[in-house]
Design a protein around this ligand. Sequence first.
Ligand SMILES: COc1ccc(/C=N/Nc2[nH]nc(C)c2C(=O)Nc2cccc(NC(C)=O)c2)cc1
Length: 283
Amino acid sequence: LIPKVWCLDDFELARPLGKGQFGQVYLMRERQSRFVVAMKVVLKSDLLKHNMEHQLRREIDIQSNLRHKHILRLDTFFHDEKRVYLVLEYAPQGELYKRLRKMVKFPEWQASKYIYELATALAYLHRKHVIHRDIKPENLLLGAHGELKISDFGWSVHAPSPSSRRLTFCGTLDYLAPEMVEGRVHSNRVDVWSLGVLCYEFLVGKPPFEGLQEEDRQATYSRIAKVDLDIPETISSEARDLILKLLKYHPDHRLGLERVLLHPWITRHNGTKGSSSSHNRGL
Ligand SMILES: COc1ccc(/C=N/Nc2[nH]nc(C)c2C(=O)Nc2cccc(NC(C)=O)c2)cc1
């Protein structure tokens, strides 16, 4: 899609895909190239109502400059008097969240593959001084070959950013690092914490610090702050080892992403030569 001012008439509707947090998502086809895209449509009135226009601007700024196999591309955007339209990469296999709920939990090889793909994407983000801050199953999509794609950069920031200390996080607390829930200064290590939470959830079927009652934010908050973690015996010792090295209270004690990619539980399932192995694995 070469730079030009796009408008809705350049696209034709294929079918609705579903409802996102802030708007409807449609499968669209660009008329000239026949190129298939996912279009996220956000009402400006909704943005104003939730004071989210600055967050959408940041999402567009950050995501449109990223190019990585495991990060959903944002090709372009445009707006009319009522709506903002984001032209996004289409990931045919949809939300990982839905697949996790259906399968309850993933076999170790599958969880290891997703954590590997996530870690390579996060390493790329951190090299570009971007922190995602909202890594959770709802923000992960699956490409044509079942490969993971991080989407929804609504909470991402350029690090370091003291400014974002006062966050009104209305989403679930389950994936937030202690320094985030306690409103302290935070670094890109918050994404490493979330990786640990996801690794646990992929293998166990629920996040580690979930409050006993649904929506029991206080309980979740205190369990995160205490790193009150209970890893079931059914998990392999190598997976347990990695989870314990990611869910460390102190950000600097968490395993660096390069070390994650070299961890035995990761290399055992993902070939040892960096990302090239995923290209020539005949996917
Ligand atoms: C209802 O069954 C579905 C199966 C697969 C899809 C694929 N969606 N793929 C996407 N590529 N780029 C974007 C952005 C999306 C997207 O937002 N999808 C989406 C949005 C809201 C709900 C769902 N639901 C599911 C089940 O994935 C998908 C969407 C719906």
